[in-house]
Design a protein around this ligand. Structure first.
Ligand SMILES: [Fe+2]
Ligand SMILES: [Fe+2]
Length: 336
């Protein structure tokens, strides 16, 4: 069944059998603009639209969110496929270009970045294949991850009180910090640390419309000093952005080590002694300390003591990683 968002005109193609599992009517939030889309299914009883989910929380809300997410084109798929192509020694520049060109908006952005002064190419590149040949597969893949993540993370998140670009800056700070931390402490996971840092808060994009709808309740919950958005998510929705992100990442076939690190980024004990989870947790907390793109509760998170010990981190080093995160954000924004 083709469903079009009345507000932004985004089109969803959802199998009718699945819609019917939900009853005589279906309601979900448009992932592009957050509008509540309600449809009455033809041939079903006239028992009115489903109740708005303002009172729903816990498993019922999670089920509804996951159902909506399932119908999204999995945006990072192009990045995932590119990862597989690069991992295959027999792949050519052409194979990589073919994958990237499946998404024209992303391909255009990649080309734009490849042509930026940062890479200092003498002549302008006009095709992805040409860019791959000049910059190499690894650099092109970095640009691709950037382009994918930026498209997703740039948007304004009204529920969280984040302006356009805030989450992107925080994600860049976390990625830059995860990379510098990993390079120093766990060099073999530097690339994964960077990518995971970049997408660690993708759950916020998913939850934002549901938080926006419960704006008054969230604001009332956040009033007492010391309460954070994370506490509010758990209390008012029944789960937090890290938990929903991990479920979505599994649907999107993000590698399990990265999914686990995303799931545990606010509670590293969930991941046992996993080193990627430790790096991403510390990088997120350090990025929040910089105050960049942190929103209203940036200063309410600390580095877990067990993570401080396992990474042998001290306050001097934290200062240095904060500085390198800030430097990276500046550099990345210029490039992007
Ligand atoms: Fe987070
Ligand atoms: Fe974060």
């Amino acid at each position: 069944m083709i469903i079009t968002c009345a507000l932004c005109k985004k089109v969803y193609d959802i199998p009718e059998e699945r819609l019917r599992l939900q009853g005589s009517s279906v309601a979900f939030y448009c992932q592009a603009c957050g509008n509540l889309i309600e449809i009455k299914l033809p041939g079903k009883g006239a028992d009115g639209p489903p109740p708005k989910d303002s009172l729903v929380s816990g498993d019922a809300l999670k089920k509804r969110i996951l159902m909506t997410v399932e119908d999204l084109p999995p945006m990072p798929q192009v990045a995932q496929k590119a990862r597989q192509v690069i991992a295959n020694e027999r792949s050519s520049f052409r194979d990589l270009a073919r994958i990237i060109e499946t998404d024209q908006a992303i391909a255009t952005r990649v080309l734009k970045m490849a042509n930026s002064s940062y890479y200092g190419l003498v002549s302008k590149v006009t095709s992805i294949q040409h860019a791959a040949a000049l910059l190499g597969m690894k650099t092109l893949n970095d640009l691709l991850i950037f382009a994918c993540a930026g498209t997703l993370l740039e948007q304004e998140l009204l529920g969280y009180g984040l302006m356009t670009g805030d989450l992107w800056k925080h994600s860049l700070a976390t990625a830059g910090c995860a990379r510098s931390l990993a390079a120093k402490k766990r060099p073999h996971i530097t690339d994964d640390a960077f990518t995971t840092g970049l997408i660690h808060d993708c759950g916020k994009i998913i939850l934002d419309p549901y938080i926006a709808e419960r704006h008054d309740r969230f604001m009332a919950f956040l009033e007492p000093e010391g309460t954070s958005f994370l506490d509010a998510e758990k209390e008012l929705l029944g789960f937090d952005h890290a938990e929903i992100a991990s479920e979505v990442c599994r649907k999107w076939h993000i590698p399990e080590n990265m999914t686990l690190a995303i799931q545990a980024h606010h509670k590293p004990s969930l991941a046992g002694g996993d080193e990627l989870a430790h790096i991403v947790h510390a990088a997120d907390a350090i990025a929040l300390m910089t105050g960049i793109g942190s929103g209203i509760d940036g200063m309410k998170y600390e580095i877990d003591v067990a993570v401080m010990e396992s990474l042998e981190l001290n306050s001097n080093e934290i200062g240095l990683h904060m500085a390198s995160a800030l430097e990276f954000v500046e550099e990345a924004l210029e490039l992007y």
